[in-house]
Write a protein that binds this ligand. Structure first.
Ligand SMILES: [Zn+2]
Length: 217
């Protein structure tokens, strides 16, 4: 794993710790947290801060029985979480939280061709927004686009450059609707990214608007 240079922004981490992100966005956050100690530390600090704020907002004395009921309910929630499908450890370029969704090494997935040099795999995330793996050949560029919501992109393999900077394995591009960007793959190997959006992309070129219905973003 190379040094991580691009991290989650504060707004995204606050949304994640408060459970306000869509499942598809939360998956990308969890994948980045699994490889980034710096963001894990910030996330932990926010959870502590959130807990302290809750304590101040709710100065209620719980009886022993009420407390036990609450703890039982929390235990029940944990027990009802889905167990990961894949018992084997993930390959080095697949973050652990992504592994139950794909269950196969990246090269063995059923990639769907989008255009020469572009392929994708849909991920089965519930709820609004979309979550995909995108595979782009060296030297290829995604069409320029802006967003109607937020877009989270984590690089799993290879690298790309855009107006913000250069993004390599483990890096996260945390982009809101103010930014228009055109990522270009600058690595000699194919670039594979995990991408989630909570609103449709707004392509700024005619070709982009034609392709958009095909990509589902
Ligand atoms: Zn980070």
């Amino acid at each position: 794993m190379t040094t991580i240079r691009h991290h989650l922004d504060d707004a995204t981490l606050v949304s994640y710790t408060s459970g306000a992100l869509t499942n598809s966005m939360a998956l990308v956050v969890a994948c980045h947290l699994s490889v980034c100690g710096e963001c894990r530390k910030r996330c932990g600090e926010m959870e502590v801060l959130g807990g302290e704020m809750l304590e101040r907002l709710q100065p209620v004395d719980l009886s022993d029985a009420a407390l036990q009921n609450l703890l039982d309910a929390l235990d029940g929630e944990e027990a009802s979480e889905p167990t990961p499908k894949a018992p084997s450890p993930p390959p080095a370029d697949v973050p652990a939280p992504l592994w139950p969704y794909i269950d196969k090494p990246l090269d063995e997935l059923a990639w769907k061709s989008l255009a020469p040099g572009f392929a994708y795999v849909d991920l089965p995330c519930q709820g609004t927004g979309a979550s995909k793996l995108l595979r782009i050949a060296p030297g290829k560029s995604v069409l320029p686009h802006t967003h109607t919501g937020n877009e989270l992109t984590m690089v799993l393999r290879g690298s790309f450059v855009d107006e913000v900077g250069r993004f390599a394995s483990g890096d996260i591009a945390d982009i809101d609707d103010a930014i228009e960007h055109q990522p270009l793959v600058d690595s000699p190997e194919t670039c594979i990214c995990l991408i989630a959006t909570d609103g449709p992309l707004r392509f700024t070129s005619l070709l982009g608007r034609i392709v958009q219905p095909l990509t589902g973003f």
